[in-house]
Design a protein around this ligand. Structure first.
Ligand code: MV4
Length: 446
């Protein structure tokens, strides 16, 4: 097992990793920017190294500074958390060459899933269902038009270097193709320095359901069931839950098998997530694979009773996974508490938390790095923390969530708590009748 892990991240996920390392008897090193010197991850780690100025590119994305911090503290592994360097193949490769274990997949596995056309081709070969569409890059707008005619409108144009919704264009009819083709290509080039785009049939009103998997270094893969992440806004998830209210035992079996096939196809090692679009007929299609631990991993931990960070560190150290499928035994919901104003188009609301009361009690988990007097920096994402509730039924998990949200006091910044309180009383949410379009028509009551 590792002796000392450097955590190349900040905020709640840095704290989350430190907590598990403590339980495993592993020493921890925090890194921090000058904006984060008063952060809890700095205080709770055994050692801490300043790695630069507030801008992420100068600190949490600064590979030379992080490698220097690893060297001076003599860490033998690095945990990237999520975001920042978590899916940076170059960083994973530099770690390998420096004989530092990157607690995640190899650079090859990151690259195999980072390019969406490559990923899709790999999935087709592995027998994982993908959205019908053209194979490979679009070469011209004429080709795009003839392909769309074959597939049938509406279609969607996506960047092969993209993901997470950036640079997508929906095309409803042929007359829109020229403009959509040009803007999609431009946006892709500007955002990813790669203007390659491809086409798929547009799946209308899909649910976003993802399967958590964990693979070891010997080719064994387990799945840990699903998370429903359909409640999102501008590709930012707001609420995640497991099990999905749309799931059936049969669909879980099929999607779990497909997710395992996807991971096995690239010999995947570490924890990872296969994202699927699921249409109203319960057809499901591979969308992308996230080769990292995700923000919403906690709901899976609560329903399967697993410490996913412990699993991730374990497999990185060479431990085996069982290869079994793990089914949800409880119902868990996670609300992302962001410093955003839900009454004002979810506008970011950074600033100092002047008063704080964190909810507790039966079935309540709060993963958060903030304290009274803490300042939410405008330099990083606006997440204050995650409120997770767990119960035997979804209804009870919702009721506990409403109760816990009512107890949560955060003063000094606007938060998404009022939104979540209204969501927990929303009929369509309560009945499980929602898809990725849900937030398009959600209106906050005064
Ligand atoms: C789609 C789609 C419909 N049809 N692909 C958004 C994020 C990126 N990973 C892919 N996305 C979508 N791809 C086809 N062929 C609809 C979306 C989509 C979406 C997906 C999941 C969650 C929220 C979403 C919001 C808008 C669009």
């Amino acid at each position: 097992m590792f002796k000392k892990i450097l955590i190349a991240n900040r905020g709640e996920i840095a704290l989350r990793v430190i907590r598990t390392c403590r339980e495993m008897g592993i020493q921890t090193v925090a890194v921090y920017s000058t904006a984060d010197s008063e952060s809890l991850h700095v205080k709770f780690a055994d050692e801490a190294v300043c790695i630069g100025r507030p801008a992420s590119s100068d600190s949490y994305l600064n590979i030379p500074n992080i490698m220097a911090a690893i060297e001076i503290t003599n860490a033998d592994a690095v945990h990237p958390g999520y975001g920042f360097l978590a899916e940076n193949a170059k960083f994973a490769e530099i770690c390998r060459q420096s004989k530092i274990k990157f607690i995640g997949p190899t650079a090859e596995m990151i690259n195999a899933m980072g390019d969406k056309i490559t990923a899709k081709e790999t999935m087709i070969k592995a027998g994982v269902p993908v959205v019908p569409g053209g194979e490979g890059l679009l070469e011209s707008v004429e080709q795009a038009k003839s392909l769309a005619k074959q597939i049938g409108y509406p279609v969607i144009l996506k960047a092969t270097a993209g993901g997470g919704g950036k640079g997508m264009r929906i095309v409803w009819e042929e007359c829109e193709m020229e403009k959509a083709y040009d803007t999609a290509k431009m946006e892709a080039g500007a955002s990813f320095k790669n203007d390659g785009i491809y086409m798929e049939k547009f799946v209308e009103e899909p649910r976003h359901i993802e399967i958590q998997i964990v693979g070891d270094q010997y080719g064994n893969v387990s799945h840990l069931s699903e998370r429903d992440c359909s409640i999102q806004r501008r590709h930012q998830k707001l609420v995640e839950e497991s099990p999905s209210p749309f799931m059936t035992d049969e669909l879980r079996q099929k999607m779990g098998d497909a997710a395992k096939k996807a991971a096995e196809a690239i010999g995947y090692e570490s924890v990872g997530t296969i994202e699927f679009l699921v249409d109203k007929h319960r057809n499901f299609y591979f969308m992308e694979m996230n080769t990292r631990i995700q923000v919403e991993h906690c709901v899976t931990e609560e329903v399967i009773n697993f410490d996913l960070i412990k699993e991730q560190i374990g497999v990185a150290a060479g431990e085996k996974v069982s290869g079994k499928d793990y089914l949800p035994e409880m119902c868990a919901i996670e609300c992302r508490i962001n410093a955003e104003d839900p009454y004002n188009d979810f506008r970011p609301s950074p600033g100092k938390i002047t008063n704080l009361h964190i909810p507790g009690g039966h079935g309540v988990r709060v993963d958060s790095h903030v304290y009274a007097g803490y300042t939410i920096s405008p330099y990083y994402d606006s997440m204050i923390g995650k409120l997770i509730t767990v119960a035997r039924t979804r209804k009870e998990a919702i009721d506990t969530m409403y109760r816990a949200l009512s107890e949560y006091v955060i003063e000094g910044v606007k938060t998404t708590i009022p939104f979540h309180l209204q969501l927990m009383k929303n009929e369509d949410f309560i009945s499980g009748d929602f898809n990725t379009k849900f937030m398009d028509s959600f209106i906050m009551k005064p």
